[in-house]
Design a binder for this molecule. Structure first.
Ligand code: CTP
Length: 377
């Protein structure tokens, strides 16, 4: 409310055992609804009104039971009925005993809801009301408020822009069970895809093997090898406005993958590798006025190598990081990027989450689209 929002409170019956609806009605200046048949405004069907008029639905604190009901699509009280009837984004801030939060049933429901676009403000570690210690404490209020603000501030400033993203490693088969590959979680590319969707872009995500759930709304093409990724990118490049190559493509592949598993038979084994196509470097040669962005993971002489790559691959921007830094590795959730533009600008960014890195990158992409006349303000 202090940030200027109108807040309407919906309570479950259990919630009313802990806090009185009258208290929340007085605090928000709006009637509180609990029952499906509550009609504080005569003639208006409250659950439809609230479902349709809300810009965002925050469920805080959310119990294991409510999360399960949301995942199953039950509509057995006012809250779950509204959640089912709304098209507004739903944010959930769970609060429960650690055993309940980590229970496979709860985690499966969380996965289901995430895949459906529901966002979780994850619980923190701490001591519960019951005395147990662990993960399950509701996130701090400022964290919840910030999550709500960020979700509401989502824009449409890349509305309709077609963004092609590569992510993850590629696996180059040695034999049916072994491969040559890179250490890449795919997190950076998935974050870029997610952020682009949040700005209204149309996203095609071409991904190597990862353990991640692709963001809701992306058109996902799954590949294994660099050659497959190359073909998928070539098929999509023509129709894109922006290409962001975040994949850690294996530069070489075994020349002749074995048809059957190689047995341990000698002290040495020499593999002959041949170069894979440079996906980014090839398609960017014919980029027209598309915006093309690459990543560079370097360990030494970082700016020099990145600048050379930017020129050689005909990029508009390259985002470079030092993979030897503890917080900017392949598997972490954070990154420290330096953005190098084709016009020579070098913009070092502070350490931030990969999602925030993606936001910064898209900001830069948007400016370049405007400059190239591929997007109008
Ligand atoms: N890339 C690509 N296809 C490849 C290799 C890399 O599309 N076969 C892309 C990556 O997705 C990344 C950028 O090119 O955006 C830089 O990758 P990197 O491996 O650092 O570049 P290389 O050209 O392979 O240079 P290096 O000699 O440092 O490995």
């Amino acid at each position: 409310m202090r940030a200027g929002h109108t807040v309407r409170v919906v309570m479950t019956h259990s919630a009313t055992r802990l806090i009185s609806p009258a208290t929340l009605a007085a605090l928000t200046g709006n009637p509180v609804v609990v029952d499906v048949f509550d009609e504080p405004e005569p003639g208006q069907i409250a659950h439809i009104r609230l479902a349709q008029d809300s810009d965002l639905i925050l469920i805080a604190p959310a119990t294991a039971h409510t999360i399960a009901r949301l995942a199953l699509g039950l509509a057995d009280d006012m809250l779950t009925t509204i959640a089912l009837a709304t098209r507004a984004p739903i944010l959930v801030a769970p609060a429960m005993n650690p055993a309940m939060w980590t229970h496979p049933a709860t985690q499966a429901h969380v996965q289901t809801l995430r895949a459906r676009g529901v966002e979780f403000i994850d619980p923190t570690y701490g001591v519960m009301a019951c005395g147990d210690e662990g993960w399950g404490k509701i996130a701090d209020t400022p964290v919840i408020v910030q999550a709500v603000q960020q979700r509401l501030q989502r824009t449409h400033d890349l509305q309709g822009v077609r963004v092609l993203v590569t992510a993850g490693p590629t696996y180059e088969p040695i034999d049916p069970v072994r491969f040559v590959g890179n250490r890449s979680s795919g997190k950076m590319g998935y974050a870029v895809a997610e952020a682009a969707l949040a700005h209204g872009a149309v996203v095609r995500l071409i991904t190597g093997p990862t353990a991640l759930t692709p963001p809701v709304g992306a058109e996902v093409v799954r590949v294994q090898t660099a050659q497959q990724m190359f073909e998928a990118v070539q098929a999509a490049f023509e129709a894109c406005d922006v290409f962001i190559a975040a994949a850690a493509v294996a530069d070489y592949r075994p020349e002749r993958p074995l048809p059957t598993k190689r047995k341990r038979q000698s002290q040495h084994w020499t593999l002959r590798l041949v170069a894979n196509p440079d996906i980014l470097g090839t398609v960017a040669q014919h980029k027209g006025n598309r915006v093309v962005v690459g990543f560079a993971a370097e360990t030494d002489n970082i700016l020099h190598h990145a600048q050379e790559k930017l020129m050689r691959k005909n990029l508009d921007l390259i985002a470079v990081n030092n993979v030897l830094e503890p917080e900017s590795g392949f598997e972490g959730d954070t990154n420290r990027l330096t953005l190098i533009y084709a016009d020579g600008r070098v913009v070092p960014l502070p350490l931030m989450s990969k999602r925030d890195c993606a936001e910064q990158l898209l900001q830069a992409v948007r400016e370049m689209l405007l400059r190239k006349g591929r997007l109008t303000a």
